[in-house]
Design a protein around this ligand. Structure first.
Ligand SMILES: [Zn+2]
Length: 52
């Protein structure tokens, strides 16, 4: 899972070693601290990539 800010360069991802819970918490923290809108990006399920 990856979460990113729509209003600045902020982003966080489970690929950086965070758990999904931590990613969610950090995203909420960023929203609370800045009031920025944080959106999440989910990688497509593996089946979608294997297909074809
Ligand atoms: Zn931001």
């Amino acid at each position: 899972m990856c979460k990113y800010c729509l209003e600045c360069e902020w982003q966080i991802s489970t690929s950086e070693g965070y758990s999904e819970k931590e990613v969610s918490e950090k995203a909420i923290e960023h929203f609370v601290e800045t009031g920025h809108t944080v959106d999440s990006l989910r990688l497509p399920p593996p089946a979608a990539i294997i297909e074809n």
